[in-house]
Design a protein around this ligand. Structure first.
Ligand code: GDP
Ligand code: MG
Length: 169
């Protein structure tokens, strides 16, 4: 435990059902600090890295389709980093069990999740489950400068010939 960061993702079903506000209110009960947040599309490569520990599971392909928005016609997710005392377990508690049918009815997954006929657990939210997982996931979803705290060691790299999309003058 101690002071720690954790990654939270509101999945495409959460955005599709306009649950963002409700979920943020529930998470604010923890009194943890939000130190990064963004709405983004999820590239397939990021989804596959995020769920790499499940790549052998029969539901893996469906899970990638789910998190990349192919199932809901909604490709946005909201990714956040929360920080504070026991952040990982506090957020896992409010998120509820992986299977929405087994999740405590007052948890986010218990209240808003469901199992699709395809068998996928549509459970609205992702939350890191250990400090190692949090570090791996935060580094995957965020760059150092998108987070208002220095969580992990950084280094400076000089890039030449960087191609970047900017606003047209
Ligand atoms: P989490 O940490 O509680 O999200 O659970 P996992 O890391 O084990 O799994 C990641 C995601 O894969 C879950 O949130 C579900 O969306 C999905 N998932 C996990 N286990 C199962 C399963 O047994 N069946 C199905 N259909 N989906 C699963
Ligand atoms: Mg997990």
């Amino acid at each position: 435990m101690g002071m720690e960061p954790t990654l939270v993702i509101i999945k495409p079903d959460g955005l599709k059902k306009s649950l963002t506000g409700d979920i943020l209110s529930r998470l604010s009960e923890t009194k943890l600090k939000i130190i990064a947040a963004k709405i983004m599309k999820v590239p397939k490569e990021l989804a596959e890295k995020h769920y790499q520990h499940l790549s052998k599971e029969p539901f893996f392909e469906e899970l990638i389709r789910y998190i990349t928005g192919k199932i809901h016609g909604e490709n946005r997710v909201m990714a956040m980093v929360y920080y504070g005392e026991g952040a990982i377990s506090k957020i896992r508690e409010i998120a509820g069990a992986t299977n929405p049918e087994e999740a405590n009815p007052v948890s986010i997954r218990g209240a808003y999740g469901r199992i699709l006929t395809s068998g996928i657990f549509e459970n609205v939210i992702h939350a890191s489950s250990s400090q190692d997982e949090a570090e791996r996931e935060i580094k995957l979803w965020f760059e150092p400068d998108e987070i208002v705290m220095d969580l992990y060691p950084t280094e400076e790299k000089v890039f030449e010939k960087v191609i970047k999309r900017v606003w047209k003058e």
